[in-house]
Design a protein around this ligand. Structure first.
Ligand code: ZN
Length: 67
């Protein structure tokens, strides 16, 4: 797929492997985007407004939802 307008595209990529195949889920309770890369499997949280990296998600340490 094309890169679109080029605006705010960079922050949509994976922080670890630069893949754009990233699932994003907005968590209203904590005001964060929970991101999961389908390329390398990394998970992390981002500020949905700025795209600022908020550290790797630790929520899976105890509970790991798997299909
Ligand atoms: Zn990745």
């Amino acid at each position: 797929m094309a890169m679109g307008t080029g605006e705010s595209v960079g922050r949509l990529s994976c922080h670890f492997c630069a893949s754009y195949d990233v699932e994003r889920l907005y968590l209203a309770s904590v005001h964060l985007d929970s991101c999961a890369c389908r390329g390398c499997g990394a998970r992390w949280d981002e500020d949905p407004a700025t795209g600022e990296y908020c550290g790797r998600s630790g929520k899976e340490s105890g509970v790991t939802p798997r299909p």
